[in-house]
Design a protein around this ligand. Structure first.
Ligand code: ATP
Length: 307
């Protein structure tokens, strides 16, 4: 029973009724006390993966463990230890944020007094304090979304699965969610998070898992994944007069903008000068570049361990 990791997926696959494969071969390990971010294009299999490890979906193949418990044979034990915010989660609109969080905790076995105290704490952290007593009918989409996230993070769950919790949230609200997620990880819990926002992934991830077409194509810490790219710098050229073909390690075209990759800062500056572009910026590669490389280019599996 492997329990040194909070979540372990071993070759998980899911075939939906009708024959569509939602996941084909998903293997990854999420450490305790860390934030694991699942990344990948629409339809890659992130939600399906979260569904399987949170016991909502039965895998068609493979094995999975949460806190050392088998996700199929010991699903009840797993459920006791997790909290989940599905992508489409909604609150009961007849409740206020305070009621929603508090009564959810009570339903999980908390005393009313502890639930009230904890609900207040989390609502403050997520910037929901001012509207804690407003009916769900009077909340904006983002406020409702944050309330559901507050319900999951307020719990004692050792492992919290959040499927795109910040989609549609304003900048300040995102910071609130990030703060709460980091706080939960600092308590030793494991947070598994999906997002399409590369900046968010870069800010939050201790551990990243890239999924493409139902398979894990890369896994590791952001630093390791960045370091494994065959280039170090990206040059963004807007309307270049000359094509940096030959100078760049790789080029991506987005309309009249080119992203050229270089293996050193001096090469990057040479590309920027030579192109005579309307504007040129040179920056170290980031998570977006990691994403583009692993998801769209490298088809082979890459695994980067922390050692
Ligand atoms: N209930 C279902 N029945 C049949 N096919 C499904 C079902 N749910 C998902 N799929 C399919 O499984 C594949 C993976 O979907 P999934 O929702 O896991 O992707 P995702 O990575 O979470 O995507 P997104 O970023 O758009 O949320 C897709 O091809 C999808 O159409």
């Amino acid at each position: 029973m492997p329990s040194s990791y909070a979540v372990v997926a071993e070759g998980l696959a899911k075939r939906y009724p009708g024959g569509v494969w939602g996941a084909v071969d998903v293997s990854f390990s999420s450490p305790w006390g860390r934030v694991t971010v699942l990344l990948g294009p629409n339809g890659a299999g992130k939600t399906t993966t979260i569904g399987m490890v949170s016991t909502i979906l039965k895998p068609s193949r493979g094995r999975g463990f949460v806190a050392g418990f088998d996700i199929v044979r010991e699903a009840r034990e797993v459920r006791r230890r997790i909290a989940l915010v599905p992508q489409e989660a909604r609150i009961d609109l007849n409740w206020t944020p305070l009621e929603a969080v508090k009564w959810y905790l009570v339903a999980r076995g908390w005393s009313i007094r502890d639930a009230e105290r904890r609900a207040r704490e989390v609502l403050k952290q997520l910037g929901l304090w001012e509207i804690r007593n407003r009916s769900g009918w009077g909340l904006s989409g983002g406020q409702k979304r944050k309330t559901v996230t507050a319900m999951a993070l307020a719990t004692e769950a050792e492992v919290v699965f959040l499927d795109e919790p910040t989609t549609g949230l304003d900048v300040e609200s995102r910071y609130g969610v990030w703060d709460a997620v980091r706080g939960a990880a600092a308590e030793g819990r494991c947070i598994v998070f999906t997002t399409h926002d590369m900046r968010e992934a870069e800010m939050l991830a201790d551990h990243a898992v890239f999924i493409s077409k139902g398979r894990v194509v890369a896994e590791g810490s952001p630093r390791r994944l960045r370091g494994a790219l065959p280039y170090r710098y990206r040059v963004v050229l807007r309307r270049p007069r000359r094509d940096p073909q030959g100078l760049a390690a790789k080029i991506i075209r987005v309309g009249d903008t080119l992203i050229a990759y270089a293996s050193s800062r001096s090469e990057a500056h040479a590309i920027a000068e030579d192109a005579e572009a309307e504007s040129a910026t040179v920056e170290p590669v980031g998570f977006e570049d990691v994403y583009l490389y692993y998801v769209h280019e490298a088809r082979k599996e890459v695994k980067l361990n922390e050692q």
